[in-house]
Design a binder for this molecule. Structure first.
Ligand code: ATP
Length: 235
């Protein structure tokens, strides 16, 4: 199992500084979350890990490998998969075709089939609808396609950006339960979210980002009880 170590990361866009001296650790085999409201800089952390917005200062490591500023395809080749915000999938392709695209780096057909069966076991609803066009499914089911596609690459680490966005409470609950199960299969999960209550329900450890700086960190239990988190999110 592999984790992520970020040390003293600062970065931004053009002249704007977005992340300021951020250090965090995603321990192997955990669900570690990054909480923060709109515009706090959460997606920028994911973009930095992926090499899309390279750090201006600081370092990022996957396990023992320094990936600071590494090209995106090389980062992905280290065993990292990202499920971006907004449930991106190909609406005119079937569920099965969407899933196959997640394994585009795999040429072994038996391995692709085995991974697809695992995804279908994780999401029985996708198995029932494997021939359906993904664009005709509900938002919650499209989120499942998006997570399933991420799993098809057989990642060691999964980055998930706001999976609850725009989903009904029922689907949020169902999909978070699935993310919980993905950690139990030995995949390290870095979960970026605004939905504090549900996220702390499944996370092991968490960080709170505000204005590009970390303002709190701790175990999920500690963060649930933290006065700062309560003041900022639970009102
Ligand atoms: P959200 O929940 O809205 O996705 P976030 O916490 O993920 O928010 P980021 O998307 O990382 O926040 O954005 C942090 C800041 O960086 C915001 O002020 C945003 O306007 C700015 N920003 C994000 N992407 C870019 C970009 N490509 N170019 C310039 N500024 C950007």
């Amino acid at each position: 199992m592999t984790g992520i170590t970020i040390e003293n990361l600062s970065t931004g866009y053009d002249k704007a500084d977005v992340l300021l001296d951020l250090s965090l650790t995603v321990k192997p085999g955990t669900i570690t979350c990054l909480l923060g409201s709109n515009g706090a800089g959460k997606t920028t952390v994911i973009r930095s890990i992926l090499g899309l917005t390279p750090p201006r200062r600081g370092t990022i490591r996957l396990g023992d490998t320094d990936i600071t500023g590494m090209a995106t395809h090389k980062v992905i080749a280290q065993g990292l998969a990202c499920i971006p915000e907004g449930r991106r999938m190909f609406p005119k392709l079937t569920v099965e075709e969407n899933l196959r695209l997640g394994a585009y780096q795999v040429s072994d057909e038996a391995l692709i089939r085995a991974r697809m069966e695992t995804v279908f076991e994780t999401f029985p609803r996708l198995a029932e609808r494997r021939d359906q066009l993904a664009g005709t499914m509900s938002g919650g089911e499209q989120a499942m396609v998006s997570i399933g596609r991420g799993l098809m690459s057989g990642p060691k680490i999964l980055l998930i950006d706001e999976p609850s966005l725009g989903l009904s409470p029922l689907y949020v609950k169902e999909n978070f339960k699935i993310i919980d199960g993905i950690r139990d299969q030995g995949v390290t999960v870095f979960l970026v979210e605004q939905n504090v209550r549900q996220t702390l329900g499944i996370a092991d450890y968490g960080y709170v980002l505000s204005g590009g700086r970390l303002i709190a960190e701790g175990t999920a239990e500690a963060l649930k009880a933290s006065p700062e988190v309560h003041a900022a999110y639970f009102g």
